[in-house]
Write a protein that binds this ligand. Sequence first.
Ligand SMILES: Cc1ncc(C[n+]2csc(CCOP(=O)(O)OP(=O)(O)O)c2C)c(N)n1
Length: 711
Amino acid sequence: MKLPDPETYPLLSKVTDPAELRKLSVEDLTALAKEVRSFLLHTVSQTSGHLASGLGVVELTIALHYVYNTPFDNIVWDVGHQAYPHKILTGRAGFMDTIRKLWGLHSFPWRGESPYDTASVGHASTSIGVALGMAVAADREGKGRKTCAVIGDGAMTGGMAFEALNHAGSLGESLLVVLNDNEMSISEPVGALSKYLSYILSNANYNSIVRGGKNLLKNFPLLQRIAIKGHEYLKGMILPGTLFEELGFNYVGPVNGHDPEALVTTLRNMRNLPGPQLLHVVTRKGMGYEPAENDPTKYHGVPKFSLDEGVSSSSRETYASLFGRFLCESAEKDSRFCAITPAMCEGSGMKEFSGKYPKQFFDVAIAEQHAVTFAAGLAAGGMRPVVCVYSTFLQRAYDQIVHDVALPDLPVVIAVDHAGIVGPDGPTHQGVFDISFLLPIPNMVIMAPGLIGDFRAMLDAALAYARPVAVRYPKGPGNERSAESAELSEARKSLGITVKEDDGGAGDNAGIAGDMHQSPAAAVIADRLRPEIRLARARIVQMGRAKADTAILAFGALLPFAMAAGKGTGAFVVDMRFIKPLDEELLRALVDAGVRYFVTAEDGVETGGIGEHAARFLGSISDEVKVRTIALPDEFIRQGTSDELYRLYGLDSAGILLKTEEFVRKERSLRRIRDEAAKEPHGENHQEIRHDAPKSGAGGARPRERAREHA
Ligand SMILES: Cc1ncc(C[n+]2csc(CCOP(=O)(O)OP(=O)(O)O)c2C)c(N)n1
């Protein structure tokens, strides 16, 4: 615990919660803001995390907790990436050095963490809807509880925000929406709304005249009514749209979001106004730290860095950087090619493409649903769209994939970025559901590169298939570097496994396929040594030794771990490549070649995952086969570094090795006991055991269907 030092932070060290904050004078708030900003900067530079957005809302956060009686009153943060100052002021300053770490403070507001965190968030554009629900509940409760949503101009572009505004206007519930307008999303905001907001800002003088007029006429109701009519008319002419007022909100603003006194005065005035209120606050993203003010996109989320030197740019090869190259080269070749992002241009590696091919690039703002449906329209019109969405945000666009893309079988490539474990952003951002939710959709092809070297060829193939295709790939460079670990050596030692120089290569074809080179199964197995990407074809990356009875099937980013785990075990290791269609031909061939124990490994939730699906298929072709699925459990996956989480959930090399060995050893000994019992002619269990005993058939495996026919 690192509490703010009273010498450096004389005011902040006293603000142990908002009640203490409210004891300060309004004049103190500017000095407090300076301390909060400095504390935030020092902490985040040492821990990594979201920075520029938090720096921009320091005064706003102070003013909100100063005016509102939190935690009795509700403050709902949109996304929550800007909520670090809120955490600092609500009793968590001493824990800020643990933020985003395993077992540490959450990256975003989290209900279980503090009574001041009214919602658990991380995805954009939810605050108005949540706040509206809370406002209705507070109204029913009848204790005078106030509710306030804080939403950025970026998050305001999301459809959910508009849906909630629309509803709030019609309900007429008392609610304050603070629009934090810093004229930035992660990158430059796009769309008509941001143009509209800029227009309001450029007419700021007009607004202050109107506000002044409203105050002046307060005591002359008739004159005020006439003036208001004129004002509406004038506003309609000067400020086209008067969007928020048309939606039923009382619009106030723009207000300088870095002036605590102005904010406190305005909030005090608005706190008790009835009906839906919208306060338009203007802030600067990155405020108080020059490098962040100059480049708020770069400082949106930062790694650890030196405050003197700033964040240095990384040039390492990642899945996103390869994706960017694919976009540029595809656009060069085909003018029908285009790419779409819902406000994640930088994170998805699309910056260069957006600059070089502006006509083929579409940033649709934070609108995942629209991104997918828009792609469907482009495809229907003869273009070749690739829509790139982080796995976690793709959850938003499920019906659009089903209804708009897959149902009409349109050639849309969905690049599912940040799939699997993403690390410190925690439960709201882990990309662990996409396999389970994409798998049941007819017409879809779902691919997952196991190695970064295969990614480009997979993207090219996805485009060439000209049908609905999802390619899911991990954040960063993947797991190839973290596959060999101290834990793995320990695990090998404890299991008595030694790795020889030549262990673990796919080139050695002398094993099982060599033994039975005449059989159809051997031909299929030998075929799967081919490295190129072919539809519904896996690649064997480690040949099983002669008489191998085990195969590890890896789907996507866990492949490097599976390869390391498989070394020295004599098992087949397969890079499945395709989640859908599954390479059923290979699985059949492996069963025919004598494989009885299958381990599946995927970085998604087990429920409805590809492991379950493969197990069902294997069960349908053989009664003898046993399957162990390795996947994430039925719980929300916490935060931590990716390596920590792989280890914690047993998905790293050591985890896969230990689970595989435990499973195979247990199943082998059960089989031995069963076989011996089957040979034994006497005993009570004889019939029962015989019933379960392995059935003979082609290659030792007998399809259930045939067994049923014989019965
Ligand atoms: C549904 C969804 N899509 C994308 C994101 C990624 N994201 C996080 S913050 C952000 C920009 C938010 O901009 P704004 O609301 O203006 O806040 P600012 O950072 O400018 O304060 C985006 C796109 C997200 N959190 N949720």
